[in-house]
Design a protein around this ligand. Sequence first.
Ligand code: SF4
Ligand code: SF4
Length: 314
Amino acid sequence: MDNPCERLAAGSVGNPCETLVPEVTNKPCETLVPELAKTPCETPSMKMPDKSCGVPNPNATSDRRNFLKKTLCAFASLFVPNLVAASEALKNAPVWILAGGYKPYEHYWGMGIDINKCIGCGRCVDACKTENNVPREPYYFRTWVERYRVRADGDVTVDSPNGAINSFDNPPPDTDVIRSFFVPKLCNHCDNPPCVQVCPVGATYQSPDGVVLVDSDYCIGCRYCIQACPYGARFLDPVTRTAQKCTFCYHRITKGLQPACVEVCPTQARVFGEVKKKASPLQRFLRMNKIGILKPSLNTEPKVYYANLDVEVN
Ligand code: SF4
Ligand code: SF4
């Protein structure tokens, strides 16, 4: 299935929209609130985060970059024969060096989430909205938390009131419930992301450090990526009319900071770090826990890793 809300209603929850309008099953999330989706910029004073988080969008700039490279290489080859080899090396040199010295190709980011540690407080949801100027309406989330309640007969119910931004109410006593737990969700920054594959203008792309980003300057708001994401992780921003989602707080991690959701979590249920560097906290998390990912059969290769994940969760 390729529609997040459709899957939600089918029981494989990927977005809190389900708990809000469960009867709507065949429309993308933003169409649940058409009046909001169609509303032009209502909050012009709202300062949105960096459109592309400062990372060059390879799809948007490759022509100009390639032209400059080729010109330089041709010039060097003509007048300085000894530099032919150097010009060849320049052709293949990485160009990803951002202001402040951050080098994306030296990193490969991911996140770990320990289900047993999450208490469903929702501070991560609130911090994310504040940090990234995500609209406060209960239809837009870069991260949200779901509560799973498993009954003895195998039945599983899932809820996420307003993404759990105000935590959860205590449910009525139910002796049939044998287990209840919380699952924070966000963009999985897939290594094989269907959202990138379907974008017709190259506005959604992967940074060399493994983070999937959206260049709002190029996004035309066609919603293909929203439909393609099997995790319901994207939404159409009602102000910019462009696709939005978690960026791992790219504006923070490129300065050596943690994503906002990780920083505020009172139980350290979220762990952010390098996927491939052995000394990183995330690598330790991956080594020390039995790890699961969401919807592994889809071969999207998520980089959000869950510890103590129940098989019921997808
Ligand atoms: Fe794209 Fe969805 Fe994967 Fe994020 S979780 S990279 S939005 S397919
Ligand atoms: Fe769970 Fe931490 Fe988010 Fe609270 S802040 S809901 S404990 S992940």
